[in-house]
Design a protein around this ligand. Structure first.
Ligand SMILES: [Zn+2]
Length: 471
């Protein structure tokens, strides 16, 4: 096996090679007939671009120039048109767009497994909020976010949305790791470690938005936790400023029946109608969960082009309910996927969310044809990109888009015999088979070895937090 094109950093840490397939790079012989130079060509037996109308390409290749995809096609086509400085040949892999985790709370990885087997309201009020009041500070968010990013990269996620305190720290961590993020800063009416008031939250959020205004990697959004933790005045402010700054809004909405009842008692109407009356429903709004919806509310979401972020594991684990994905799709609503925080999941494995979304829809509809694997994969990629307003840049492997892609090694016995790589990737737990990740053309996971993060140091700091929290 030839050496990889870049040398491994000293902090490569504890990793394991994926089973079977061998990834390697080699200097490419220039093709005298080609006129275009690319930086890298990656070849693999299969490529699933997720582009509209596309099918799985066999004997495939992708050419990358700088941060951008220069071409996608068969090995023969791509090599005919391009010469490359480096070539990476993957013998038993499927190339896919990087996954988009459209909802989570990265730093909550440090509460993973702490509060188990409780319903949402008890989980929040008796466990999570007191834990956050005691432990959340800048260093907690730094270390917890780093753990989450390590896990997400190893699961094939190249873009994530985060809603948590110290969003400036989350943005820094994403930048350092080389992955994309939508950072939704908290707007919550009770004082917390990051902001003493919503006013201070807005002030800090605007400063954050300013500092990443033209950044290709970081989007700053509004992150009101929920309808029941924000005032009408603050909702109005969010509406005004989101239009002014062209910034997205992400909110937990209709997460379970108790929330809907609580909003009904407080406002005399549902959370969705409450937001509608205030003009908040629109294409900038990302509604997370929506497990309880009437036909009228589905129409409202569809008519206003609201994006839904479906978090099936979190909804199942907190016994919140099931998002009616088939009805939403029939109405034309864009549905993306999120892991939610690790405290209610407990993994940040988006392919597992795709699988569960598909299984839940089949059960819910009593129809095995509901939410097929292709749709589930779109939800984990291009639909996530659409929800975050990034569909022109990421979410599918197409010429001109950012070179955010992953390779999954399908040589393991759980994939055999491989009749349909797409279905098998969705319906096999594939996160641990993600062997390579490129973000903006940069290899950040190379045969399971992290290139931009120090796994050993991350695990060491997590052990310190476990000891502190356990005491
Ligand atoms: Zn959440």
């Amino acid at each position: 096996m030839d050496e990889p094109g870049r040398s491994a950093p000293a902090f490569a840490g504890r990793t394991s090679l994926s089973q079977g397939g061998i990834g390697y790079t080699r200097a490419m012989q220039a093709n005298p007939d080609t006129s275009t130079q690319a930086d890298l060509i990656v070849e693999a037996p299969w490529l699933i671009s997720v582009a509209p109308g596309s099918t799985t390409i066999e004997d495939a290749a992708i050419a990358i120039t700088g941060t951008t995809i220069a071409a996608v096609g068969t090995r023969e086509e791509v090599n005919r048109r391009f010469s490359a400085t480096r070539k990476q040949i993957l013998d038993s892999h499927v190339l896919l767009p990087g996954l988009v985790n459209a909802h989570g709370h990265a730093a909550m990885t440090l509460f993973r497994g702490y509060a188990e087997d409780t319903n949402l309201q008890t989980w929040l009020t008796d466990a999570i909020w007191p834990l956050e009041a005691k432990w959340v500070d800048e260093s907690f968010v730094r270390d917890g976010t780093q753990l989450a990013i390590v896990e997400m990269i190893r699961s094939g996620i190249t873009c994530f949305s985060d809603m948590y305190y110290y969003p400036e720290v989350v943005a820094e961590q994403a930048k350092a790791a080389g992955i994309r993020a939508q950072v939704a800063f908290p707007v919550i009416q009770f004082p917390n470690a990051w902001s003493a008031s919503t006013e201070e939250g807005f002030h800090k959020g605007f400063a954050l938005h300013d500092s990443y205004r033209n950044d290709p990697q970081i989007e700053v959004a509004f992150g009101p936790h929920s309808v029941y933790t924000i005032t009408d005045d603050d909702l109005e402010k969010i509406l005004t400023y989101s239009e002014e700054l062209d910034a997205n809004i992400q909110i937990h909405l209709h997460e379970n029946a108790a929330e809907v009842a609580q909003n009904q008692a407080k406002f005399g109407t549902s959370g969705i109608k409450h937001l509608n009356e205030r003009g908040l429903l629109g294409p900038r709004l990302q509604a997370v969960h929506t497990t309880q919806l009437t036909a009228e509310e589905i129409d409202l979401l569809a008519q206003n082009n609201v994006h839904v972020i479906h978090c099936p594991t979190s909804n199942a684990k907190l016994a919140s309910g099931v998002c009616p994905t088939s009805e939403l799709q029939a109405a034309g609503v864009n549905i993306a996927l999120g892991t939610d925080g690790a405290a209610s999941n407990n993994t940040l494995d988006l392919l597992n969310e795709a699988r569960l979304a598909s299984l839940m829809a089949k059960l819910q509809c009593q129809d095995a044809a509901a939410l097929p694997a292709r749709t589930a994969l779109e939800m984990a990629t291009i639909n996530g990109a659409r929800a975050l307003g990034l569909a022109d840049q990421i979410g599918s492997l197409e010429t001109g888009k950012a070179a955010d892609l992953i390779a999954i090694d399908v040589s393991g016995p759980e994939y055999q015999p491989l009749f349909d790589p797409l279905a098998q990737i969705v319906h096999t737990s594939s996160a641990s088979a993600v062997s390579h990740v490129w973000a903006a053309g940069e290899c950040i996971l190379d045969n399971r070895v992290l290139r931009s993060l120090d796994l050993a140091a991350t695990l060491q700091s997590v052990a310190m937090w476990r000891d502190r929290i356990k005491k």
